[in-house]
Design a protein around this ligand. Structure first.
Ligand code: ADP
Ligand code: ZN
Length: 611
């Protein structure tokens, strides 16, 4: 097949099944590579469109493609999505009965299945039996970072996949991952024994995710900001990451107390409880999950609209992965992270006890630099992954609300002298109390009210001092003695400021509550064409239509249509089958199944609001 033939056939399949008109960057190149019989490693961020890279070759080739996936939930999700588009896909797994699994294999023998999803251990134990009888078109290894011991999600069963190349020398192998960690990436082709694989790597930027960081707010203010945020996003789903199991429970129950529909999720819960929470989230029954980082792997839900970190994560890799769960459909999404002095102290002590102190302290430092960044956060984030962009993103808190800098020399000197006068034997709270002239017995009993620095900083709030001390820590003016009750110490640089009037600039602390988005959170048009903005009321009505269909068919709403497709419908107002069929993201099968209910909703809306 010539290249132009391949391209037109691939585009035909793309339109017919998926309802898309063009490929995302490198999708066609990756498809072409395996169609020519070569191996490929595909590195794209979440939402980058990896699945199509193996699904289209599967549809264009004879035989059946085998997709290796580590998690049952992911397999189920993909199989549901494919079947929903009219593509013959199936999976063999332990959640299905033996009889059912056998039937699936019979279907594969009969050539009726184009994509078969399976776990690595099952594949390796069963493939001898089938390999004679089926023509394998392609092996696709999803979540391929699981093969690397460097990664955050090493799975020993993946390492045996190295035998695939030997056993099936002529079947192309495609490995795919969204991991941004370089060591892991480099390891993949080696571990899989496909040294000649071509690499397809796109930018890891996720421009639709708005990045926000809020530093140093008291815990009651934090809670208030979270509820404020949730109210502004009340029709949307999202995840609140908490540091400890206990925090997830507390957060969920406080939110429920305020009328939000929230549930906790952590590794200490039973499998059944966890599954229930996860399913309720996927089905849009419970929109808010308060979770430890245990939640998220295996969550393919494309309409997660926001992610909140109630504490700073321990590394940029973790942070990137966690915020990446938002906005997979490419529609605007929000990431909001809270960051405090206390987080740094806790995470440092965890890093110290981790057994890999040097590495983890360094990761933490990079994470802190991100949180403290006074330049575009996206640039800071991407530069960590060695990707450099030459412009500010315009979609992070720093770009949208640049910090004001001021000469803080005197302010620093006040704090430094308070630290010196306590003989560097107090932590941050006592120092602030001294500066603000607190009457706490603890302060008075130590005679701190007699110090010359007592009360000299009472013009600033506790939160402001906290923020400035944190910046001083970042700048290396003070240090926290983690091995000595977290007492504050003055560094060499700090002494210079104290003695020689060396100037210091700090960023002005202002209480930046994340601005409530205009309407829902679909405030920023980053989508497709220059079509007019979707009507929010119609969008919500379409969501209801989608939910009703999803409930009736027992599948998650995002499998029926992504938010992005609903947005397109809301903006293009299709009232006929033809108009509906022509839209982005609507293939033949979905046209057939859904044009009536959705165009009916549009018509009802138009009757109420003549355009
Ligand atoms: P990944 O597996 O890389 O996270 P997916 O394959 O799930 O990404 O794709 C993310 C979303 O983008 C899905 O909703 C998918 O249907 C959509 N998508 C993928 N390729 C295209 C394309 N060429 N045009 C439009 N949408 C696409
Ligand atoms: Zn920016």
């Amino acid at each position: 097949m010539s290249n132009s033939d391949l391209k037109s056939r691939a585009l035909g399949v793309l339109r017919r099944f998926y309802g898309y008109n063009s490929f995302y960057p490198l999708q066609f190149e990756a498809i072409q590579c395996v169609m020519q019989g070569n191996d490929a490693v595909v590195l794209m961020p979440t939402g980058g469109g990896k699945s199509l890279c193996f699904q289209i070759p599967a549809l264009l080739s004879d035989g059946c493609a085998i997709i290796i996936s580590p998690l049952l939930a992911l397999m189920k999700d993909q199989v549901d999505a494919l079947q929903g588009m009219g593509i013959p896909a199936a999976s063999v797994n332990s959640a299905q009965s033996d009889t059912f699994n056998r039937e699936v294999i019979e279907q594969v023998y009969a050539g009726r299945i184009k994509l078969l999803y399976i776990s690595p251990e099952r594949l390796l134990s069963e493939i001898e039996q089938w390999s004679e009888k089926i023509k394998v078109s392609l092996f696709a290894i999803d979540e391929a970072h699981c093969i690397s011991q460097w990664g955050h999600d090493f799975r020993p069963e993946y390492t045996q996949l190295a035998t695939l190349r030997q056993r099936f020398p002529s079947v192309p192998i495609m490995a795919l991952t969204a991991t941004a960690d370089r060591l892991t990436r480099d390891d993949i082709s080696q571990q899989l024994g496909i040294p000649n694989a071509r690499l397809f790597m796109t930018s890891f930027d996720r421009p639709n995710i708005r990045l926000n960081v809020v530093s140093n707010v008291s815990s009651s203010d934090k809670m208030q900001m979270i509820t404020h945020f949730l109210k502004a996003h009340h029709t949307e789903s999202g995840i609140i990451y908490c540091m400890r199991r206990n925090d997830t429970e507390k957060m969920a129950s406080r939110l429920r107390g305020q009328g939000f529909n929230a549930a906790a999720f952590h590794a200490g819960m039973s499998t059944i409880e966890k599954e229930q929470v996860q399913t309720a989230f996927l089905n849009d029954d419970i929109p808010i999950i308060c979770a430890t980082v245990a939640f998220g792997m295996g969550i393919n839900k494309s309409n997660v609209r926001w992610v909140i970190h109630s504490n700073m994560p321990k590394s940029i890799e973790c942070y990137y992965q966690e915020i990446g769960r938002a906005g997979r459909d490419g529609m605007p999404a929000e990431a909001l992270m809270f960051y405090s002095f206390g987080d740094v102290v806790t995470l440092k002590s965890l890093a110290k006890d981790s057994g890999q102190e040097a590495i983890n302290m360094n990761k933490l430092k990079r994470m802190q630099q991100y949180a403290e960044s006074n330049v575009c956060r996206r640039r800071t984030l991407l530069s960590y992954f060695n990707e450099h962009i030459d412009h500010d993103c315009g979609n992070c808190d720093v770009c949208l609300n640049p910090p004001e800098r001021f000469d803080a020399t005197i302010l620093c000197q006040m704090a430094l002298s308070a630290i010196v006068r306590t003989n560097q034997r107090e932590g941050v709270t006592a120092i602030i109390d001294i500066l603000r002239g607190s009457g706490k017995t603890d302060i008075l009993s130590k005679g701190y009210d007699k110090l010359r620095t007592y009360g000299i900083g009472r013009d600033l709030s506790f939160a402001s001092w906290n923020a400035y001390l944190l910046q001083m820590l970042q700048l290396g003016i003070i240090d926290v003695a983690y091995d000595d009750y977290n007492h504050l110490h003055v560094t060499q640089y700090g002494w210079e400021i104290l003695k020689s009037n060396k100037h210091v600039m700090l960023s002005k602390f202002s209480y930046t509550k994340p601005a409530p988005p205009a309407k829902g959170s679909r405030q920023k048009e980053i989508s497709l064409d220059n079509m007019p903005k979707a009507d929010n009321e119609l969008f919500e009505l379409l969501k209801e239509t989608r939910l009703a269909i999803a409930r009736a068919q027992h599948m998650p709403p995002y499998i029926v249509f992504s938010d992005r497709v609903l947005d397109v419908i809301a903006r293009s107002l299709p009232t006929s089958r033809e108009e509906f069929a022509a839209l982005y993201g609507i293939g033949e099968k979905k046209t057939e199944m859904y044009w009536r209910p959705f165009t009916a909703t549009v018509k009802q809306f138009l009757e109420k609001h003549p355009q």
